[in-house]
Design a protein around this ligand. Sequence first.
Ligand SMILES: Nc1ncnc2c1ncn2[C@@H]1O[C@H](COP(=O)(O)OP(=O)(O)OP(=O)(O)O)[C@@H](O)[C@H]1O
Length: 613
Amino acid sequence: MASEECQSLLLSEYTEYGGLSSVAESALEQVEPSVLSWEELRVKVKKSGRELLQGVSGVTQPGQLMALMGASGAGKTTLLNTLLSRNLKGLEVTGRVLVNGNQIGRGITAVSGYAQQEELFVGTLTVREYLNIQARLRVNGSKEKRTKRVMAVLKQLGLLKCQHTRIGVIGVKKGISGGEARRLTFACEMLSNPAILFCDEPTTGLDSFMAESVVAVLSRLAHSGRTVICTIHQPASQLYEMFDSVMFLACGRTAFLGTPAEAIRFFERAGYPCPHSYNPADLIIHTLAIVPGNEIECNHRVEEITQLFDSSEFGEKLQRDVAAVELRAAPAGRQRADRFAQFSALTERAFLDNWRNPSLARAKIIQKSVMGLFVGLLYLRTEIGAPAGIDNINGALFYLVCELTYSTLFGILTFLPGDYPLVVREYHDGLYSVSSYFVSRSLSYVPLFTIDGLVMMIVAYFMIGLNVTLQQFFTCLLISVLIEQSASAFGVMLSTVSPSYPVAVSLAGPLLTLLSLTGGLYANVGQMPAYISWIQYLSWFRYGFEALTINQWSEVSAIPGWSNDTSKRDATLEKLSFSASMLWPDVSIMAAFILVFYIIGYIGLMIRVHRAR
Ligand SMILES: Nc1ncnc2c1ncn2[C@@H]1O[C@H](COP(=O)(O)OP(=O)(O)OP(=O)(O)O)[C@@H](O)[C@H]1O
């Protein structure tokens, strides 16, 4: 099918979406035309000295859609990363990347969009909600301006039809289609209306129709004045023709840069003609591939072709074009949203995500209610005067401390790692600071990891018949919230300082054993050997248990048979080596623990996110 025919077919498809026909009148402003060029880029692995890019140069103009092609391992991703100044850990880079003739280094992030291959979204949100939140992070200005921009992007990328559909999670929860997900990735990048758009493998995993529609969208974005460059794997013939320019890499060198038709001519002249029935991209990539077992011949062929290109009229034109790039002002970079805007957008996203996961909250509340009922039945209406009455109540209190800790800590360890890839990407896209994410996400977990514990405590409290003065009741609830929050903050800390989820879980088990064994029930805190005793001071089990027991036995006038005798309270506490005066110090220490765990957790996350560059 001819390229124009194909595009008009795609256009009619998008008209149905209410989409591409409206591009011209969309609310996206004009972009500042930006010429992207790169000169003599050399990328070397620091350790081994292996050269991944060997003096690669190129230029792409506003209004052009450029495809970066080559066999696997040719250096496409390395070139894209170098242009973007990303993921270059362990690599030494020389050469220049220029925007309108200016070397702006990492500043390229602010003037460009990067639609990465792996789609990362918050699957519980609808397409429109997700874009609205992205707009708050990417678009400066009034709410009206942001709404207009979101609507324009939805139209431009043919996403109007699915704007109220939940995004879903691939392989877990059905949501939008693969093609829509890919277009949503571009939509996010388009919100900031970048002058340059990078796309990594935009068609991978899509059927031929979807792939064509995605390239048609990219072509339109380019033709509206942007500079668009994408890596692509063996595009079908009709896709190949939709690119304005193509660059073929082989073994880290330039094998060709020019128009698709010129590429066919060049390879024909080099001795590799493309028969009519053949896909030119397939043939060229195949010609440039290093076939295992035939490396010498393939390397020789690549050497010949790259040398031929350098000395050809195309290679000479490329050198002239690169040298002729005029020095003009670089486009104005995107401004990061202010802290408050970042925080409010991320908090809304985190709360919505939790809210849209009702099964999570439901499961937690059911689990804790059942445990509350179980403890309540086990210690039902415990008689204080019975032989083991006091010990039983103390046992129940310690069990409640454990129950508030274990499921909370393992719950946090399970949830947080799921966020990391998106946080790493958005942070390096310059959307927000780690602190904005950390505070908003941690806050969003507070209700989730508070209400369930309170439900359990209330059920167990009345079934067991713990002391019922109003003050004791509320103090007991306060202590239980602090215990659960200590566990939650510890989980956040463990999750961020551990290199991976399995490591965090493997550490959690033994650490909790140590902290619970020194918590005051299994071993008397006053009689532990000195070399172990110090652990109790790091254990919220100990402070929580001590606070709960002091609170339980403090109102001597309300305890049947104690006739207002404070010595009975003191004796009960002394048996555990606890002291009645420690209630509020215990509460304060737990509050301090929460703060310290969160601070360490934040530092851990910051280091991990920075290192993930
Ligand atoms: N950080 C790195 N350290 C060492 N070698 C690397 C590094 N990054 C890439 N390479 C190597 O550089 C070569 C080019 O990799 P690159 O990912 O750029 O290829 P590609 O053309 O994108 O391949 P594909 O199409 O398979 O993704 C590969 O041999 C790869 O193993």
